[in-house]
Each structure stands twice: as structure tokens, then as C-alpha cells.
Design a protein around this ligand. Structure first.
Ligand SMILES: [Zn+2]
Length: 211
């Protein structure tokens, strides 16, 4: 099973790894900084052994990487793993912002159940069921979220005591299960803007972008 270095240090953008298997599904590594799509968070972009990663797939606790040009790599071989730092940083900021806005949203609406979420380097979003448009509440959510961001509370992550593959995101009183990558403080997110999207049939979406 791959050691997910992004769990303990989300600011690590490269590492030297050893190949542990080679198959049609791709290669696996003993350790990695390269995040594979999970929990709505987009995969990283980057290279392994100098070859572009076409696809990173999380399967249980394992991650498979498909590389461009089907290079002949061997089990046991050492490879450089490098990710696009700029993209990762934006994802980390927008992902942390999504947790924050969700907590502010849940406080005001009492809605805690989400029906979808997604994080890319351009925006993050979460979807929920609500018969009325969220529009009237949006300015308040944006203002409170930005106010908390300017307070710059630290963000911590830690493994679950019973299940070490499950991780927690913690910021002040806020706590959520999440195995994604985050910044170390709310201030790093920077000012954000919220947008509403009507998904139809009583479903609403809040989108978070950089202001
Ligand atoms: Zn998260």
C-alpha cells in the first residue's frame, strides 16, 4: 500500500519513490506526493520518472498511475515524482475554503447533508437540497467566511484514532472528516467570492471562487 505523503505534508511537491507494481492499471509506488481524485478533489498534475501522468486512480488505499508513452519501468526502480505546485496550492486553498463556507452555511441553515461537492484549481462547490433559493443568504455567508479568513485560524489535519486511513480536518471549533489536501491556515485562502447556481428540483449549489 502506498504511503500518502500528502496526508502528513500537503506542501511537499516532489519525492523520490520506488515502483512496487506495474500492470495494465498503471504503476504503483511505495510513497507518493501525487493526489488521485477522491472526495471530490481533483487529481494533481505532474510527472513520474519524467513521464507525464495521464491518470491517477485511487482504489481503496492504493493509487494507480497511468503514464504517457507506456514507458518500460521495472518494479523496484527509483523514480522522481513531481507535481504542479501552482495547481496544488490553488486546490488546497479552495478546498479549505469549501470546508469553511460549508460550516458557516450549516450554522445558518441547519442543513448538514450535502448531495455533492467538487474541488478544482478554479473553483470549489457543494450541493444541497433546499426548496428556496440560497440567494438572500449568500452575501452574509460570503461576509462571515471572509471575516473568518481574515482571523487566520490555524488548520490542522490528523488521522482517525480507530481508522488510520480516515483523516480529520480541524479548524477552531470546526471539524470534518476529509482525506484531501489543505492549507495550514485560513489566511492562506485569501478573499473569496460566492455564487449560487440553481440545479433544479429543489437542489442548490454554492460555488466558491477567488475574489
Ligand atoms: Zn478537506
Amino acid at each position: 500500500m502506498v504511503e500518502k505523503l500528502f496526508r502528513s505534508d500537503s506542501y511537499l511537491f516532489s519525492c523520490i519513490s520506488r515502483i512496487t507494481s506495474v500492470s495494465e492499471k498503471g504503476i504503483t509506488l511505495d510513497k507518493t506526493v501525487f493526489f488521485a481524485f477522491a472526495g471530490g478533489q481533483a487529481s494533481d498534475e505532474g510527472t513520474i520518472g519524467g513521464f507525464k501522468v495521464l491518470e491517477a486512480t485511487a482504489e481503496g488505499p492504493e493509487i494507480y498511475y497511468k503514464l504517457e508513452g507506456t514507458p518500460s519501468l521495472q518494479i523496484g526502480q527509483e523514480v522522481d515524482v513531481k507535481i504542479n505546485e501552482e495547481k496544488r496550492m490553488k486546490i488546497m486553498r479552495l478546498h479549505s475554503a469549501a470546508h469553511l463556507v460549508y460550516e458557516v452555511f450549516a450554522k445558518h441553515t441547519n442543513i448538514r447533508k450535502l448531495i455533492g461537492s467538487n474541488v478544482t484549481e478554479e473553483k470549489s462547490r457543494f450541493d444541497f437540497e433546499m426548496p428556496e433559493p440560497i440567494t438572500p443568504l449568500l452575501p452574509k455567508l460570503e461576509e462571515e467566511s471572509n471575516s473568518l479568513i481574515s482571523q487566520n485560524l490555524p488548520i490542522k489535519t490528523h488521522p482517525d484514532e480507530k481508522n488510520p486511513d480516515k483523516y480529520w480536518w480541524v479548524c477552531g471549533e470546526m471539524k470534518m472528516p476529509c482525506g484531501g489536501t489543505h492549507v495550514h491556515s485560513l489566511g492562506e485562502i485569501g478573499k473569496i467570492k460566492l455564487k449560487r447556481k440553481n440545479l433544479g428540483s429543489g437542489k442548490e449549489r454554492i460555488e466558491i471562487i477567488f475574489a
